[in-house]
Write a protein that binds this ligand. Structure first.
Ligand SMILES: Cc1ncc(COP(=O)(O)O)c(C=O)c1O
Length: 414
C-alpha cells in the first residue's frame, strides 16, 4: 500500500460524511463514504485496505460488464494506442458503427452522441423545442413527471421532479408541465386544454425517484396520445436502458417505440458516453449548427459502446439480467416478507428497489461495512443496479449480506 492510501485509511471514519479535510481541494458536492476503491474484477471490488466488496451498485448502473472484463480491457487498450479523440470536424467511422447497432436494436433511425446522461437529455429537450417551433408553436411546452430525475444542468434539473435537486437554482427553465406517473386521465386533460404541448418526457422506470415503473398500459396509452396529438414521445432510458431490465430498452416490454430516447450510463461500461437515439419524427429536427459537443462520439467512447454491445450479445447478458434479476427479487421478497418496516421490492431485471417505511440512508454505510455496495434513493428505497454479469450465486450472496443488515436496521428503535 502506498503512502496516500495509508493516509486515506488513517482518516477513514465509519459514517457517511463529506469531510473537507480529507479532500481539501475537491468541491464538496458529494456525501462520500470514507472508502477509496483500488481495483475490481467481475462483480467484486477491493478498497485500498484490501477489503473486498460485492458490487450491487455497478457505479450507479454504469459498469454493465463489471470490472476489468477480459474482453473489454484489451479492446480499449488497443483503441487508446490507436486514437482516443479526433473531433467532429472529421468522419468518425466508429460513430456510424455504434449508431447503426443502436438503430438495429431499437428500431429507430439516427443517433447523436454526447458524453453523459444530462447531455443526452439536454439534446432531447432542444429537439422537442425545435420540433415545436418548426410546426409553428411559439412557446413549446414539454410534459414531465413528479419524482422524475433527468440530470443537474439548469434545463434538466428544471425537468426533474425533485424540489431538493432544484433548491437554490431558480429561476428554473420554463416550458414544463408536470403530471403524476401512470395517470392516463390526467395527461388526456392536459391534451384537451394545453395546445402548446409538443412532447412527453419520462423515464420508463424512475431511478433516482425510487424505482417507480411506468406501467405497460400507461406506456401504450401515452404512445397513442402522442400519435393523436402529434407530440414526440421521449423516453429517458439513461438508467433503465442498455439491457438492465432484460430487454435492450425498458420500453420494449410494452411493445412500443419512442421518438426520442436518451441513453448513457451502461452504454460504455464505465467510459463516459451518451446518445440520443431518434425515430423518423425527430431525426431531422437538428440540422448542421443546431447542436454539438467537443467530446461527443470520440473514438474511445465509441469503441467502448461497440464492444459493450458485442460482449453483451456474446454473453447473453439480457437473458442473464432477466433471470438473475427475477431470482434476486424473489429471494429478497421471501427473506423480507412479514418484517416490520419492509414495504415492497419494485423494479425489473437488475434494477431493483427495496422500499422501507422510513428513511434509511445509513443502510449505504452499513452494507458497505458488511461488504456490499448499493445506494439509497428517495430517502427510503434501497437500490440495487449491479453489473449485468451478476451470477445467480452472487445474487444469493447479495441477499445473504443485505437482508440481515435491513432486518437489524428495522429492529432498532427509530
Ligand atoms: C434517468 C436519468 N437521466 C439522466 C441522468 C443524468 O445522467 P448523468 O449523471 O450522466 O448526467 C440520470 C443519472 O442518474 C438518470 O438516472
Amino acid at each position: 500500500m502506498n503512502a496516500p492510501d495509508k493516509l486515506a485509511l488513517a482518516n477513514a471514519a465509519s459514517s457517511v460524511s463529506a469531510t473537507p479535510s480529507r479532500e481539501p481541494h475537491v468541491m464538496t458536492t458529494y456525501g462520500r463514504l470514507p472508502i477509496a476503491l483500488s481495483h475490481g474484477r467481475g462483480c467484486w471490488v477491493w478498497d485500498t485496505d484490501g477489503k473486498k466488496y460485492l458490487d450491487g451498485l455497478g457505479g450507479i448502473a454504469v459498469n454493465t460488464l463489471g470490472h476489468a472484463h477480459p474482453k473489454l480491457v484489451p479492446a480499449l487498450q488497443e483503441q487508446i494506442g490507436r486514437l482516443i479523440h479526433s473531433s467532429n470536424y472529421y468522419l468518425v467511422p466508429l460513430q456510424e458503427q455504434l449508431a447503426a447497432k443502436l438503430c438495429e436494436l431499437s428500431g429507430l433511425s439516427n443517433v447523436f452522441f454526447c458524453s453523459t446522461g444530462l447531455e443526452a437529455n439536454e439534446a432531447a429537450l432542444k429537439i422537442a423545442r425545435k420540433f415545436g417551433h418548426d410546426k409553428g408553436v411559439e412557446r413549446p411546452e414539454i410534459i414531465v413527471y413528479e419524482k422524475a430525475f433527468h440530470g443537474r444542468s439548469i434545463a434538466t434539473l428544471s425537468a426533474t421532479g425533485n424540489p431538493k435537486v432544484q433548491a437554490g437554482f431558480g429561476p428554473l427553465v420554463e416550458g414544463f408541465v408536470r403530471v403524476p406517473l401512470n395517470d392516463v386521465a390526467f395527461i388526456e386533460s392536459v391534451a384537451r386544454t394545453n395546445k402548446n404541448v409538443v412532447a412527453v418526457f419520462l423515464e420508463v422506470i424512475q431511478g433516482e425517484g425510487g424505482i417507480n415503473p411506468a406501467t405497460v398500459g400507461y406506456l401504450q396509452a401515452i404512445r397513442r396520445i402522442c400519435d393523436e396529438q402529434g407530440w414526440l414521445l421521449m423516453l429517458d432510458e439513461v438508467q433503465c436502458g442498455m439491457g438492465r431490465t432484460g430487454k435492450w430498452f425498458a420500453h420494449q416490454w410494452a411493445g412500443i417505440q419512442p421518438d426520442v430516447m436518451p441513453l448513457a450510463k451502461g452504454l460504455g461500461s464505465g467510459v463516459p458516453i451518451g446518445a440520443v437515439v431518434c425515430g423518423p419524427k425527430a431525426a431531422r429536427v437538428f440540422g448542421p449548427g443546431n447542436h454539438g459537443t467537443t467530446f461527443g462520439g470520440n473514438p474511445l467512447a465509441m469503441r467502448a459502446g461497440v464492444e459493450t454491445l458485442r460482449i453483451m450479445e456474446e454473453e447473453g447478458l439480457l437473458a442473464n439480467a432477466a433471470s438473475v434479476g427475477a431470482a434476486l427479487k424473489a429471494d429478497l421478497e421471501r427473506e423480507l416478507k412479514g418484517v416490520e418496516g419492509f414495504v415492497e421490492v419494485r423494479g425489473q431485471g437488475l434494477m431493483l428497489g427495496i422500499e422501507l417505511d422510513r428513511p434509511c440512508g445509513d443502510i449505504l454505510n452499513r452494507a458497505a461495512q458488511a461488504g456490499l455496495m448499493l445506494s439509497v434513493t428517495a430517502d427510503r428505497v434501497i437500490r440495487l443496479v449491479p453489473p449485468l454479469i451478476l451470477s445467480l450465486d452472487e445474487a444469493r450472496q447479495i441477499v445473504a449480506i443485505l437482508c440481515p443488515v435491513i432486518k437489524q436496521f428495522l429492529a432498532e428503535p427509530r
